[in-house]
Design a protein around this ligand. Structure first.
Ligand code: ADP
Ligand code: ADP
Length: 230
């Protein structure tokens, strides 16, 4: 579903590459976790998959298409993006935040409203209670649930999740991880998930890509294989 083919990225003004000759293959319906220390290029990799930045060399293929040739609206339909700093718009209600992408895609209001209700149910927030709230009226865990709902709004086959639970306290994080795994059983997305927490990687990943300094992948395997051959 996602292929990175010898992708390198050197940021303008920088001498060392952030990513070097990185190849990665993500199958439809699996959760691949990118794990590794800060600064090893995980976020850069995510941002190249959804074309927020362009590789210096190499190609990113999404379901057979080079992402360079996929326009921005089409990418929004195909990829949902969840980040640590949730990024909910503070002056907009929960419902409006979740409706952002469908609205940008020109869905009818009735369809957006129904989808918002469905998504709130899906992420475990009572629509009657939460649709009209503002982000600051929610806990961190609730905001992150809204972030996940927003990313799922247009039902994209691919979800990119960059440390989505990184800022959440450990007990709530554990519950969000369980909820996410249960949700994935229903929705079968192709997920690329970034964390620096190896326990989270082992818990969530069908496969784990261990990043090393300099933007390379040191090991790419199932959690069981990685635990057996550290
Ligand atoms: P990670 O997500 O693993 O913490 P990043 O992908 O954010 O790593 O960063 C990889 C490397 O690229 C780091 O050395 C970082 O300083 C550098 N980098 C990230 N973003 C930029 C940028 N916009 N401009 C220049 N260098 C950057
Ligand atoms: P508008 O006033 O144009 O509807 P809003 O920003 O208030 O814009 O809402 C954005 C979208 O979110 C709307 O199209 C609507 O379908 C959905 N929405 C807004 N309020 C609610 C709500 N209380 N319950 C469910 N969906 C809502």
């Amino acid at each position: 579903m996602i292929q990175l083919d010898r992708v390198s990225k050197t940021y303008p003004g920088s001498t060392a590459p952030a990513i070097e000759e990185l190849s990665l293959d993500v199958r439809a319906g699996e959760i691949v976790v990118l794990v590794g220390p800060s600064g090893c290029g995980k976020t850069t990799t995510m941002r190249m998959i959804n074309r927020l930045i362009e590789p210096t060399t190499g190609r990113v293929i999404l379901d057979g298409d080079d992402v360079t040739n996929v326009n921005a609206d089409e990418l929004r339909r195909r990829i949902g993006y969840v980040i640590q700093q949730v990024g909910l718009l503070p002056h907009m209600t929960v419902a409006s935040n979740i409706g952002l992408v469908p609205r940008a895609l020109g869905w009818e209001k009735k369809r957006i409203r129904e989808r918002v209700e469905e998504l709130l149910d899906l992420v475990g927030l009572d629509p009657a209670m939460y649709r009209g709230r503002y982000p600051k009226q929610l806990s961190g865990g609730q905001q992150q649930r809204v972030g996940v709902a927003r990313a799922l709004a247009a039902d994209p086959p691919v979800m990119l999740m960059d440390e989505p639970f990184g800022a959440i306290d450990p007990i709530v994080r554990d519950r969000l991880q369980d909820e996410f795994l249960a949700l994935q059983q229903q929705i079968h997305k192709t997920v690329v998930f970034v964390t620096h927490d190896i326990q989270e990687a082992v818990k969530l990943g069908d496969r784990i890509a261990i990043f090393a300094e300099g933007g390379r992948i040191a090991q790419y395997d199932t959690p069981a294989q990685i635990l057996a051959n550290p």
